[in-house]
Design a protein around this ligand. Structure first.
Ligand SMILES: *Cc1c(COP(=O)(O)O)cnc(C)c1O
Length: 391
């Protein structure tokens, strides 16, 4: 029989630390391996499978659309992309959407747009946050405030200025006559679920208005209901100038987008940006269905309730287990910070058929599907409790 792990080793570039068994099937918050073992997934698709695995309405939308029209390039008209764009705008802010294929491409687009915006005034510097994550292409890497992702690829774009998260004074000091934008995640995902203070965000918004800077909100991970609102900016009293999306937008189908406020959208013209695959009938039909399922199944309220429930359970763990240093989260984006190596906890959980993710050395992050059941959550929390008791 073919050994799948050998095929990976022999034929794919060695860029990932793959773990666990060979998975062959998924449904909701569960995965099955090739021996029929069932796993509970608290990190489906690194947060992208926001409706869990193989949601029946997405399967149906994909099947119908695949039988109708899969791909068209962007010099032609077709309904699905226009309808999804309208849905995104109806649910966010008055603006225009550009579709791409991933989160890093959404960053790329936001950075290119900022360059256009700053062209006449000779401005191009973008302020970014320490511990941020914005993707792996060169603009994404350059915006990312973590040396471990980019140092080996130097020289990266020299036009980004890093400041500590939640430190407005430091940010203010970096604003100069070349500054054009600020980019941030309201809740840093890869960085360990670090939540932006309300005051920090409102101060940045004021500084952006005062200095004619663009406020770029990276909602690749926080968007699509992850935090209990459709978009995380709704927890804050602001509207971004540019918002990037990907991950949950397709619930597992590769799609990204950036949204530009109507106030500035018209500066971009035909030919200035583009993508062959992006916004195809297939993926945009799926994106639209994701919005509909979130609405029809009342998943925002569910994410809020379940998020509060997990948060409370995590707090109980913290009170019981001295090696838990901190508990953070909003909606279904949550983290436990430890006084110990979190990868050991990730490994122990995998052995007990629970998928979670370690980040930043000592943090465990979970991004469960919005439609996970309380019973499934309890099962996973029970496994975690068992692991903590053994430490
Ligand atoms: C995952 C992520 C990205 C990059 O998305 P890709 O689709 O992997 O390119 C960018 N920003 C944030 C906040 C992310 O979580």
């Amino acid at each position: 029989m073919v050994n799948i792990k050998d095929l990976f080793k022999n034929y794919t570039l060695n860029t990932y630390n793959r773990v666990g068994p060979v998975f062959v099937k998924g449904k909701g918050s569960f995965l099955w391996d090739d021996k029929g073992n069932k796993y509970l997934d608290f990190f489906p698709g690194w947060g992208s499978s926001i409706l869990g695995h193989c949601h029946p309405r997405l399967v149906k939308a994909i099947t119908n659309q695949a039988n109708t029209l899969i791909h068209l390039p962007n010099n032609l008209y077709f309904p699905e992309q226009a309808i999804l764009a309208q849905e995104i705008i109806k649910n966010s802010f008055p603006g225009k959407v550009f579709f791409c294929n991933s989160g890093t491409e959404a960053t790329e687009g936001a950075v290119k747009f900022s360059r256009l915006y700053g062209k006449d005034s000779g401005r191009y510097e973008i302020i970014t946050m320490k511990n941020s994550f914005h993707g792996r292409s060169f603009a994404g890497l350059s915006a990312t405030g973590q040396a471990k992702y980019k140092d080996m690829f130097k020289p990266i774009l020299p036009t980004f200025r890093e400041v500590p998260f939640n430190d407005f004074q430091a940010l203010q000091k970096k604003i100069n006559k070349r500054t054009i934008a600020v980019i941030l995640e309201f809740i840093q995902g890869e960085g360990g679920v670090n939540i932006a203070d309300k005051e920090f965000i409102s101060n940045i918004k004021k500084a952006c208005q005062a200095n004619d800077l663009l406020f770029i909100a990276d909602e690749v991970q926080t968007g699509m209901g992850r935090t209990g609102e459709l978009f995380c900016f709704k927890h804050y009293d602001i509207i971004p100038d540019i918002m990037t999306l990907a991950k949950g937008l397709g619930s597992g189908v590769p799609i990204g987008a950036f949204v530009v406020s109507n106030r500035i959208a018209d500066i971009i013209k035909p030919g200035m940006h583009g993508s062959t695959f992006a916004g195809s009938p297939l993926v945009t039909r799926v994106g639209y269905e994701v919005f509909k399922v979130i609405k029809d199944d009342n998943l925002l309220a569910k994410a809020n309730d379940l998020g509060k429930y997990i948060f409370a359970q995590f707090k109980i763990f913290k009170a019981r287990f001295p090696f838990i240093k901190d508990v953070r989260g909003k909606g279904l984006m949550l983290a436990l910070e430890f006084n110990l190596d979190a990868s050991k906890i990730e490994e122990a959980a995998l052995k007990q058929k629970l998928i979670i993710k370690a980040t930043q050395g000592n943090i465990i992050r979970i991004l469960p599907a919005l439609n996970i059941s309380k019973q499934e959550l309890d099962k996973g929390l029970g496994i975690l409790e068992g692991i903590f008791k053994q430490i």
